[in-house]
Design a protein. Structure first.
Length: 365
């Protein structure tokens, strides 16, 4: 089932709704601590070195031109315009280097779709204003999709979740869920680090029945044709849970700068600039004549991913003359997939078969 959402919808789903991210950038090399701390003793502007992950599309990444790009990067670039008293530098790097680098002072600010947690607040400064949001959900076996369709049904089914390291922000997500659902507990076990391929394998083997993962990571790891674990795509599927706000984080010595950036983010949101960037990086804005054909299905009563998202994507495809078909069913909610309990399963599977036989078009050789 093709689901679609805009960053605007995602942001609302978090604090009323949600988004979900990956950015890249390439300007100068790694900033030294002296860069970040360089002040105006000699009249020079202080350098603010913003580190970002270089692969988290559409949030933070390096584009084809080798430039910093993505929603969060774009927001921080707009912040830079509001704070010209600083010299701004954007540095692409890895997750680990970003976190260690901001803590040590190698970088002044870090952005990578970061969630706020109590553990992180001990190491970094977080602004009051969030930038966007990322979607978190469950990786489950497709064979269980008729039994597990949200977090509550997962808890009732077994609640057997792949263990999570206590310092991982996802651990907090399940802790919060269990606090809010004393009668529907998910089995939360702590673990040391393991390979993500192991988590997928454990779910497929039945050792566990779910793995909590950011949706964008799931798509990059499994769904894409060139994904490193695409071989699992026929056996696993994904169920969204909710959106979580994402923030830039600051070195502990940068309280003054954090306050200034916080105010700038607030101004950008009030001015409508952040909403404008959400639209710019939403999926329908990325459609081109080379975008693959699509069979889109949705329920009119889906409150998790509003129908307008799928409709917007369909219209964008049609505008670019990309073959697409859209099917809207009256009821069903979100995440029905291949569930036998879905009232319109026979209709949608029949429509899909017909589309595969007659609707697909192939370019002439």
């Amino acid at each position: 089932m093709k689901m679609k959402f805009t960053m605007k919808k995602l942001g609302k789903a978090v604090l009323t709704a949600a988004l979900v991210g990956v950015v890249a950038a390439v300007l100068a090399g790694c900033g030294k601590q002296s860069d970040s701390a360089a002040g105006g003793g000699d009249g020079q502007k202080k350098v603010v070195n913003v580190a970002f992950t270089n692969y988290y599309v559409p949030y933070d990444f390096v584009n084809d031109k080798g430039e910093p790009d993505g929603f969060e990067v774009a927001v921080m670039q707009e912040v830079a315009k509001k704070l010209p008293q600083y010299t701004w530098k954007f540095t692409p790097t890895s997750d680990d280097d970003l976190l260690i680098g901001v803590e040590s002072g190698k970088y002044t600010i870090g952005t990578k779709g970061i969630w706020k947690t109590a553990a992180r607040e001990k190491k970094y400064i977080f602004p009051k204003n969030y930038i966007g949001a990322s979607v978190i959900g469950l990786v489950i076996r497709k064979a269980d999709a008729d039994k597990i369709h949200d977090m509550d049904s997962f808890a009732q089914y077994s609640g057997k979740l792949v263990p999570i390291a206590p310092q991982d922000a996802r651990y907090m997500v399940i802790e919060d869920y269990n606090k809010d659902h004393p009668d529907k507990q998910i089995k939360l076990q702590s673990s040391e680090a393991f390979q993500i391929a192991d988590a997928y394998s454990w779910v497929m083997e039945g050792r566990y029945d779910g793995y909590l993962e950011v949706e964008l990571s799931y798509k990059n790891n499994i769904v894409k044709d060139d994904a490193p674990y695409h071989k699992f795509n026929d056996s696993l599927t994904y169920i969204r849970y909710k959106g979580i706000p994402t923030y830039p984080l600051f070195n502990k010595k940068e309280q003054k700068l954090a306050d200034e950036v916080d105010q700038a983010i607030d101004e950008l949101r009030k001015e409508g600039k952040i909403a404008e960037l959400e639209q710019k990086y939403s999926l329908e804005r990325q459609v081109s004549p080379k975008t693959p054909q699509a069979f889109i299905m949705l329920s009119a009563d889906d409150a998790t991913v509003l129908p307008i998202n799928g409709i917007g994507y369909f219209l964008a495809l049609r505008e670019q003359k990309v073959p697409a078909t859209l099917h809207v069913y009256p009821t069903g909610g979100h995440g029905w997939g291949f569930r036998d309990s879905f009232t319109y399963k026979r209709q949608w599977t029949g429509e899909l078969e017909k589309w595969l036989r007659e609707g697909l078009t192939f370019p002439e050789k």
